[in-house]
Design a protein around this ligand. Structure first.
Ligand code: SAM
Length: 327
């Protein structure tokens, strides 16, 4: 296990964050990536957003925002997505376009999950951990509001936020359920064409030294607790998926226990589960790990991807899993 020397452990890039978190990150990443990524925890992030195609289109939204003296720039790899300079964030969140649901502020990494799951109009989709609804709404847009999205969220306050966002976006194909996702698979087996499990996690990729509260409660124990819930949720997600369907599992954690280990757990229990290769439109990523501490994972876990954080993108983990049809 690499140990940091005294000089580097005192470096500004390491200050503030829990030392054990840094030590784990160093074992997950290559040395070059590690140093670069450490710096991102101290940066203020770019503000990115996307048009809600149910209420506007990219050109009209851009013109509307420019008329307010904002300067949206398009993201070249994702039609309908934009960035604005940091000092325009406030004006963006005070615009009518924001209040009336013509745009949704969302990190670009989060936009990758619906993009890879690729829901189609008319399909039945399950979003098993949905609030506040950014990915649900992106899927509703991709489906042109046609079909059915079941959006599940058990935390009441977050559920109401989800409902408000859906209403604001005019996403009438979304049906909300104040429920624990762990019971959904048993209640609705083989019901959905595609399932998104953007799992509750230790949120390591949201850590920022500008907000020390973001990591105040981090611990290995929290990671283990998250893993336990994630295992139950991924089995439920799997059970609810039709043969031939696809499951997208994602987290905003760097912890292998919450990422590769959870997917490996599903693969071991289900011979019908096959990991698909993920083609990403961005370069800041690395393959899923094949071992962590004393555990080795199925070799196909290298098909899952870890998004490496930048000033514009949060760290993220993505795995796309196909349920092979019954023979
Ligand atoms: N997909 C959301 C989005 O893009 O806006 C973010 C989801 S967030 C990462 C995970 C969510 O899972 C949280 O809202 C959390 O309250 C919810 N959650 C926690 N326990 C759950 C459970 N047992 N079943 C379903 N969801 C759960």
């Amino acid at each position: 296990m690499p140990k940091s020397d005294n000089a580097s452990s005192a470096s500004p890039a390491r200050q503030g964050l829990p030392p054990e978190f840094i030590e784990r990150l160093q074992r997950i990443l290559t040395p070059d990536a590690f140093e670069e990524i450490l710096r991102t925890f101290h940066m203020s992030k770019e503000t990115t957003f996307r048009v809600n195609p149910l209420k506007s289109d990219a050109d009209s939204l851009k013109k509307e925002l420019e008329s307010l003296d904002l300067h949206p720039e398009t993201i070249d790899w994702l039609p309908g997505a934009f960035r604005v300079p940091e000092d325009e964030r406030r004006a963006l969140t005070e615009s009518n376009a924001f209040y009336e649901g013509r745009l949704y502020i969302q990190n670009l990494s989060s936009m990758l999950a619906p993009l890879l799951l690729a829901p189609e109009p008319g399909e039945r989709i399950l979003d098993l951990a949905a609030a506040p609804g950014g990915k649900t709404l992106m899927m509703a847009g991709m489906m042109e509001n046609r079909g059915w999205i079941s959006a599940v969220e058990p935390v009441r306050e977050r559920f109401h936020k989800l409902r408000a966002n859906i209403d604001r976006a005019g996403a009438s194909c979304v049906h909300t359920y104040l429920k624990d996702g762990r019971g959904v698979g048993r209640a609705l087996p083989e019901r959905f064409h595609r399932v998104l499990l953007d799992a509750p996690c230790s949120s390591e990729a949201k850590f920022s030294t500008l907000r020390p509260q973001s990591y105040a409660f981090w611990s290995r124990r929290k990671i283990r607790e998250s893993r336990k819930l994630q295992r139950r949720l991924i089995l439920s997600a799997w059970e609810s998926l039709k043969p031939g369907g696809r499951l997208l599992y994602s987290t905003c954690s760097f912890a292998p226990e919450e990422n590769e280990e959870v997917v490996d757990f599903l693969l071991r229990k289900n011979p019908q589960a096959r990991l698909l290769t993920i083609d990403l439109p961005v370069e800041n990523s690395m393959p899923g790990l094949l071992r962590w501490e004393k555990k080795s994972f199925d070799p196909s876990l290298s098909r899952s991807r870890r998004i490496l954080p930048t000033r514009e993108m949060d760290g993220f983990y993505l795995a796309l899993i196909q349920k092979e049809p019954n023979r």
